[in-house]
Design a protein around this ligand. Structure first.
Ligand SMILES: Cc1ncc(COP(=O)(O)O)c(C=O)c1O
Length: 467
């Protein structure tokens, strides 16, 4: 979706802004917030950042600068603290977990790097651990430094196994910024302009969505049915799709209706198509189960994870493939320099241990359902909330101009985001009007209640300052 100047008060003077899974960084509201909120030292750092980094949408120029990240908190240069309910989904265990920092330091002393031709114990230990928690029952793995690369490795495996090259994925999804991952993605920002031409054979279908169904249906079940039908249709018409790549729970967020993925799994089986789940943001407990697909009763052939795997400190992603897919020994899928880096592997292993030992997956389920309950209750006295949805600690609050028309209220969402920042809560908007809350799995019930009070006040303040 492309909108121009959606802040209603001058907007973006540089032209159209493609709405995506992140808030845009060039609006009039942002400029005015920065004018009011940032001190000279921060402004100087932001100016230097913009001078040295290539500008790109949703990223540079930046919003603010941070000096500290600890637990659920980030702190800006001026010393203001924000509960980080965004964190790019890397901060499942909170920032700077002491046990993780100790493990990384120990590993740097013991063995800082492993050249590619050498096995090392931490990488093998991580592979064993991932295999033991894989939804497939067991898995053979490859590691990369980022999620986009891992997605592309997964597609290469599917090509090898099936002897086909076509893919199927959802419009509106994001699977990474590489050419291959961009081809699978379904957002203008990442597919058009400099990203094109994309790799051939990348088919898309409109996704399911309970509140804004692209198929025009009125219920989650009908939306899931329409989407599953379209998947079945395309798989049949194409006849030779190598893999279907999707997030089991959509980032917007939209929870799939019951049975949806089981039906799609069956369709994939019928057509010899591999099912690849992108669990880069959701893996390791975000939705209240170790993997988002654990809610679905559908097991992927390949699962891709990243982000929080490095504990919010180091970059590492992983491809978990069913062992029967280990048939490409003559090819190089992911011949990456840091393929078996002992430090990132140790960080990932320790992160999983922390998540298990601190029972963080159960905490995500508990605090998440409490949050959803309160947000649903908030709808009674905040008419601008059109929809509340999510699972575990992946939560969306959709703001609308009117509940009947469901017209998205981008301006209100942005105003609420800045009002929340003023009160010490950081989150991002998705598709311009969905306030998206993705706190660490360590968040306590009290912290969640405090964040939701800030959120409620922020929406009310933003709404009343406009009326
Ligand atoms: C669902 C999904 N897939 C893939 C990626 C790409 O991961 P990375 O940024 O590590 O390449 C992201 C990152 O935001 C994501 O959210």
């Amino acid at each position: 979706m492309t909108t121009r100047g959606h802040d209603g008060a001058g907007g973006n003077s540089r032209g159209p802004v493609a709405q995506s899974e992140s808030d845009t960084n060039l609006t009039g509201r942002r400029a005015r917030w920065q004018e009011r909120a940032l001190d000279p030292a921060t402004r100087a750092l932001l100016a230097a950042d913009e001078q040295h980094f290539l500008r790109q949408s949703v990223s540079t120029p930046c919003l603010n600068a941070i000096a500290k990240a600890e637990g659920i908190w980030i702190q800006d240069l001026a010393g203001r603290r924000y509960m980080d309910f965004h964190g790019n989904n890397v901060h499942h265990i909170g920032y700077g977990h002491p046990r993780l920092k100790r493990a990384i330091a120990e590993q740097m002393d013991a063995l800082p790097f492993a050249p590619r031709r050498y096995a090392c114990a931490p990488a093998v230990a991580l592979a064993e651990k991932l295999s033991s928690i894989a939804p497939q029952g067991s898995a053979k793995v490859l590691f990369t430094t980022g999620g986009s690369d891992a997605i592309e490795v997964a597609v290469k495996i599917a090509r090898t196994v099936t002897g086909r090259f076509k893919t199927l994925s959802f419009w509106d999804a994001f699977h990474g910024a590489g050419f291959g991952a961009s081809a699978l993605s379904g957002e203008t920002l990442f597919r058009s302009g400099p990203a094109a031409p994309l790799i051939p054979g990348a088919n898309h279908v409109a996704p399911f969505g309970s509140y804004r169904c692209p198929y025009g249906t009125a219920t989650a079940e009908a939306s899931g049915d329409a989407c599953a039908r379209m998947i079945e249709y395309v798989l049949e018409r194409e006849g030779d799709v190598a893999c279907l790549v999707a997030e089991p729970i959509r980032a917007v967020p939209y929870v799939p209706p019951p049975g949806f993925w089981q039906r799609v799994r069956k369709a994939c089986n019928r057509h010899g198509t591999l099912l690849i789940f992108d669990e880069i943001p959701t893996g390791l407990g975000k939705t209240g189960r170790m993997f988002a697909c654990d809610h679905e009763g559908a097991v992927p052939d390949i699962l891709v994870m990243g982000k929080a795997l490095g504990g919010g400190i180091l970059p590492i992603a992983a491809v978990l493939a069913h062992p029967r897919l280990d048939v490409g020994g003559d090819w190089a899928f992911g011949h990456y320099t840091h393929e078996k880096n002992p430090v990132t592997a140790r960080a990932a292993l320790t992160t999983i241990h922390i998540i298990e030992d601190e029972d963080l997956v159960a905490n995500a389920a508990r605090v998440g359902s409490m949050a959803l309950e309160r947000l649903n209750a908030m709808m009674a006295d905040i008419p601008q909330i059109g929809d509340v949805r999510g699972r575990g600690l992946l939560i969306g609050v959709e703001l609308v101009k009117d509940r009947d028309s469901r017209e998205p209220d981008h301006d209100l969402a942005e105003a609420a985001m800045y009002a929340a920042l003023d009160a010490g809560l950081s989150f991002k908007t998705t598709m311009g009007n969905v306030l998206t809350l993705t706190p660490p799995l360590t968040v306590t019930p009290d912290e969640m209640q405090r964040a939701l009070s800030i959120l409620s006040d922020a929406i009310k303040t933003a709404a009343s300052s406009r009326s």
